[in-house]
Design a protein around this ligand. Structure first.
Ligand code: FAD
Length: 374
């Protein structure tokens, strides 16, 4: 039912407006509010905290559908739900009761603030520091590339609470930081694609945060909170990849049956058939990997390798399918009047976010060896 009503909404209220919003780089405020009404800000939050309580498998299908229509729209809820996952997995009961209903309703919206100008993949190299003073912490530093940074109200914020401890991750903690004095947006970042949704730099200058916002209530668990959220994050990126790869294929199948050259539709030329055959097979493989990772996540199994494989393969499938769709569309594939050029600009982001594809392959290899010791 959720998928059917979502599809109806996407076709009726989203698709007709995507080209305009995308090229104006305009935040889709009405659509975000409609997603809140549909309960999507609480998609993966348990029903006892006011969410829809969707499992990862259904959530992946929701993300796939949204991303297949406009990937930017899925980012609005995905980053928000990763923030919520940090509280769900690592938060105290009091924190869950306080934050999760507000996140689920969309009253408070936000995202994940891990990356810094000098630290992305190597998160243990972050510099943002939180120092305890009485019942509060004082935070100084900066974060970059923060999705929903301008429109969001609060962020799961990764900081150092101890800069001396070894290994470094033991000195890292995660807070829920609400916008207020000392936490400002320093700039909006301009991007190749992923338009409409805001990516921003955040500055923390003597930002005071109450100690009860430390997720889990104890210092040193920040990396665990961040990495726990990333498993679902990787499944979500894989699902976005599937959505884009599907959209590129669907547009190509339609175009191949309408565009004519040399007296035939281009779909009757073997060169185009080979492309469609490869695109469809790649898509199907990406979907199976994604649904398998989601199934493992739902079963409570360790799934860093499965989520990594799905994320890696599906994001590369999105890149390859969008490029092939552009070739199939000829000159029109390069036109801003078609969706295909957007798929081509959006797809590479999935190779970078939630752990680059280089790192995914290293995670897969390490897991292979850990699961098969000699
Ligand atoms: C549009 C967009 C939205 C984003 N949204 C968010 C967000 O909401 N919140 C957030 O916290 N971050 C966000 N990010 C940041 C993103 O997570 C990082 O860009 C990503 O983790 C990579 O980090 P980096 O850019 O610092 O690259 P680097 O870590 O500097 O990596 C550069 C290159 O080196 C490779 N590399 C690095 N280390 C190794 C290694 N050990 N072995 C092999 N290769 C390696 C990488 O794979 C990459 O190819 C976003 C980024 C973009 C572009």
């Amino acid at each position: 039912m959720i998928l059917a009503s979502l599809e109806k909404w996407l076709q009726r209220d989203v698709k007709p407006h995507v080209l305009r919003l995308e090229h104006a780089d305009e935040y889709p405020k009405d659509m975000a509010d409609q997603m809140a009404e549909m309960g999507l800000f609480g998609a993966t939050i348990p029903a006892e905290y006011g969410g829809l309580g969707l499992n990862a498998t259904t959530y992946a299908k929701v993300v796939e559908k949204i991303a297949g229509t406009w990937m930017s729209l899925s980012g609005i809820i995905n980053s928000h739900l990763i923030m919520a996952a940090c509280v769900m997995r690592q938060g105290t009961e009091a924190q869950k009761e306080y934050w999760l209903p507000k996140f689920a309703s969309g009253e408070l919206r936000g995202g994940l603030a891990l990356t810094e100008p000098d630290a992305g993949t190597d998160l243990q190299a972050i510099h943002t520091k939180a120092e305890r003073t009485g019942d509060d912490y004082i935070v100084n530093g900066s974060k970059t590339w923060i999705t929903n940074g301008i429109q969001g109200h609060c962020f799961a914020l990764l900081v150092k609470t101890d800069t001396q401890t070894e290994p470094r991750h033991k000195g890292m903690s995660m807070f829920i930081a609400e916008k207020g004095e000392g936490l400002t947006v320093s700039r909006k970042l301009e991007k190749l694609g992923y338009k409409g949704i805001d990516s921003a730099e955040l500055a923390f200058k003597d930002y005071r945060i109450p100690a009860d916002r430390l997720i889990g209530g104890v210092e040193g668990k920040g990396m665990q909170a961040a990495l726990g959220g990333l498993e679902l994050g990787r499944i979500n990126i894989a699902a976005r990849g599937c959505g884009l790869a599907q959209a590129a294929l669907d547009d190509s199948v339609t175009y191949a049956q309408t565009r004519k050259t040399f007296g035939k539709t281009i779909g009757q030329h073997q060169a185009i058939q080979l492309k469609l055959g490869e695109m469809a097979t790649r898509l199907q493989a990406a979907k199976l990997l994604t649904y398998d990772a989601a199934r493992a996540y739902d079963a409570g199994e360790r799934c860093d390798m499965e989520a990594g494989m799905a994320k890696y393969f599906a994001s590369e499938a999105a890149v390859e399918n969008s490029l092939e769709a552009m070739r199939i569309h000829g000159g029109y594939g390069y036109s801003k009047e078609y969706h295909v050029e957007r798929y081509f600009r959006d797809a590479p982001l999935m190779c970078i976010g939630e752990g680059t594809n280089e790192i995914q392959r290293m995670i897969i290899a390490k897991q292979l060896m850990a699961r098969n010791p000699v």
